[in-house]
Ligand binder design. Structure first.
Ligand code: PHB
Length: 394
């Protein structure tokens, strides 16, 4: 270069190096990378696919530039294995230099939390329904749901409508435990009794023996939680045991009438009542538009998981508008707190105290409309917070 002497070179080379660094930064700063760590294979492949389809749909509808920044989505498959999620999140932060992360299922979101905290990376939780997850990092914000949010309201409704003896059938991992716990708290408080709690393995579940045992106990009601992707199997085995004609009521959080599976369940789930936050049949103009666009883009009926990804992208876009494209973690989280908007599911917001989603919970009954089963909302509980965090704050 221009400098022949070492002493000059020190200053000069530093300047060149800094200029290069500056240019690199400027280029980097024109792009905001978002790393989604989702289960695209393994036990939770269905919810992973739904998040990715919805996030891509959001970008197709709203463009890939926000506040002068180009948005780049980087998608990684954790194979439904939490250790993979942690490694992939670390690679996304260190190598790809993502500004934001999207976290998926409960075990993966738990395992990624230290990366978000140490790397100071704002992370939108898009699938996990377990309350404790958002406490694992101050940079976690949830756009999906908690199981408690739905299960407490389900218990209250069941009591009000005559249920007294329940058997719980729960997928055997954190969200199942939480659904069962909050249901039982409210159900026993209302004078009901949980006769037995049966736990079904998460991977490749065979519900038949558990459903048999449950019906042998002669409850008036079954409370069931299975995760997204398993409602079809549950419905088939429920019908094979004749439980749809047994007079035993089936209730649960919205997951058991997942819209992704519902079109293939025939008459089996007709009449089933759930407390859920999203139905593809939610009667708003925005949802009609969303459900039609999602169906067209993905070939599937829009479901409760998909809106966590769609709203997660909305939260990121609106936050970047608010910060003028600034991705500093504390600035981003500060901007996300208290944000509210209309989702395809109805009005939602981010609780500024807990970074949790606040949303309506609807009581819905599966009915046949135009020849296909849909979860039809008939009662609304507005602006429901996560009951476990509210109880802890008392
Ligand atoms: C979760 O990862 O917590 C989860 C996944 C799918 C569900 C519910 C909860 O349907």
């Amino acid at each position: 270069m221009r400098h022949n002497h070492f002493s000059h070179c020190f200053v000069g080379c530093l300047a060149v190096a800094m200029a290069a660094l500056g240019a690199g930064n400027a280029a980097a700063q024109d792009t905001v990378k978002i790393g989604l760590v989702m289960p695209l294979t393994g036990a939770l492949a269905a919810p992973g696919r739904e998040i990715v389809d919805a996030a891509k749909l959001y970008m197709a509808q709203h463009g890939d530039t926000v506040a002068g920044k180009k948005i780049e989505l980087i998608i990684r498959d954790d194979g439904s294995v939490p250790d993979n999620a942690k490694r992939l999140a670390q690679e996304l932060v260190v190598n790809d230099k993502v500004s934001l992360l999207g976290a998926g299922s409960t075990p993966s979101a738990m395992s990624m939390a230290p990366i978000a905290t140490q790397g100071k990376v704002p992370t939108v939780v898009m699938i996990s329904g377990t309350s404790v997850v958002t406490e694992r990092s101050p940079y976690y914000v949830r756009t999906c749901f908690t199981l408690g949010q739905q299960s407490g309201i389900m218990a209250d409704w069941a009591i009000k409508n005559g249920s007294r003896k329940v058997v719980s059938v729960l997928s055997d991992w954190a969200p199942g435990a939480e659904a069962g716990k909050v249901f039982e708290q409210n159900f026993t408080k209302g004078g009901g009794q949980v006769l037995e709690t049966l736990k079904v393995p998460l991977a490749n579940p065979d519900f038949a023996p558990f459903l048999q045992r449950a019906s042998d106990l002669k409850p008036d009601t079954l409370f069931v939680f299975v995760p997204a992707g398993q409602a079809g199997t549950l419905a088939r085995q429920f019908a094979e045991r004749g439980l749809d004609k047994s007079g035993i009521k089936l209730v649960g959080p919205g997951d058991i009438v997942d819209d992704d599976d519902l079109p293939n369940t025939g008459d089996t789930l007709i009449g089933v009542v759930t407390a859920g936050f999203y139905s593809a049949a939610h009667p708003s103009a925005l949802n009609k538009e969303y459900a039609a666009a999602y169906q067209k883009a993905s070939g599937h009926r829009a479901n409760f998981i998909s809106v966590g990804g769609y709203d997660g992208m909305h939260l990121i876009y609106e936050t970047l508008k608010k910060t003028g494209g600034n991705t500093d973690a504390d600035t981003v989280i500060g901007a996300m707190k208290g944000m509210s908007w209309e989702s395809p599911r109805g009005p939602i917001s981010i609780d500024p105290r807990t970074r949790e989603i606040v949303q309506n919970v609807y009581i819905r009954r599966v009915e046949k409309v135009n020849g296909a089963p849909w979860a039809i909302e008939f009662e609304t509980f507005p602006a429901v917070k996560d009951p476990l965090k509210e109880a802890a704050a008392q």
